[in-house]
Design a binder for this molecule. Sequence first.
Ligand SMILES: NC(=O)c1ccc[n+]([C@@H]2O[C@H](COP(=O)([O-])OP(=O)(O)OC[C@H]3O[C@@H](n4cnc5c(N)ncnc54)[C@H](OP(=O)(O)O)[C@@H]3O)[C@@H](O)[C@H]2O)c1
Length: 332
Amino acid sequence: MTLIFNGEQLAKRKALKLKAKVLAYQAKEIQPKIAAVFFKEDQASALYTTLKKQSAEALGIAYQAKAFSFADSVKVIQNYLDDLNQDPSITGIIIQKPWTKKWLEAVPGGDFASWWFGLVSHIATKESHGVNKDVDGLAPATLAAIKAGTWMEQGMVLPATARAVLSILKDYREQVDHDFSYLTEKILIIGQSDLLGKPLYWHIKKLMEKGASIPATFGEACQIALDEAQNSNKKCEVKLVGKQGLEDIIEQRKSLKDFRVIISATGKKNLLHGDLLAPHSILIDVGEPQGDIDLPSCLNRADFITPVPGGVGPMTVVSLMANALDLLKGVV
Ligand SMILES: NC(=O)c1ccc[n+]([C@@H]2O[C@H](COP(=O)([O-])OP(=O)(O)OC[C@H]3O[C@@H](n4cnc5c(N)ncnc54)[C@H](OP(=O)(O)O)[C@@H]3O)[C@@H](O)[C@H]2O)c1
């Protein structure tokens, strides 16, 4: 039987715990406040901003959002970010990343990567401003620290989507299969963006390399059972691929059955069909607005699957809130 994950339910359970933490901070006269920047041409970016604002306010986290246009100069947005960086009431800043496709429709022939770097590198980090406001873990300094495996000791947070995936796997282990540990599994991550694929790959690879030596105390995303890693006979592996890499694996191995855990974040509807996947697989579908995984063909084949919608999405929202509270650890 395939267990279909309920992201709304787990997000609600997490939110209850976060609410208690917000109250504890407020009792100490510390008010978490997120400032969001989004782009009005990208409807998804505006929708996610609304959902995050609602979720934050329900928890007692203040959330202000400002819309920009793709036509606005980078300088204008950077000036706004500078104001947020200097404002002591703002404890976290998120730039809601628009779809590359949408941006290119508005800026034909433009260099999306440079434009994005110009913005996200302007968010305050400890190094640049003495305080870390990078609540979505996407600033270049944060990504570099995740790659180096030093983000925890530097008081940084993982990108919310990566944290959401780790929380889902942790919950699967706690609720369903206590023997599951990705330190004993072969894992394939499809989609190599900064939002999910790369940071998740770097983090899991470090966990696999270092085993139990990773501290499990900073942030829920890191409270992962590491103990079996030392004694396991199974060989663990994590692989990160994009379009070409996926095609190569399928051509060479004829399927993806070598991998028990597949995390897919491409946005390509029904990219993965049940026939390609191993029995008893664990499937995390990050694709939006439609899933990457053809759910009906995986039923009664996979052990676990996250649906779209209602899977990773709600967990990403609550993970951003958890990140906002983790950043406060640096100020108390
Ligand atoms: N649920 C959530 O909370 C959440 C959060 C963030 C994003 N998302 C969703 O995740 C998806 C990806 O977003 P993103 O920002 O990471 O996109 P992105 O930056 O455009 O990256 C897409 C990635 O998918 C890969 N890809 C595209 N087509 C592929 C194919 N046919 N086979 C294998 N790989 C393929 C690309 O490979 P190459 O590197 O080879 O180009 C690239 O690495 C979108 O659907 C987005 O909506 C969901």
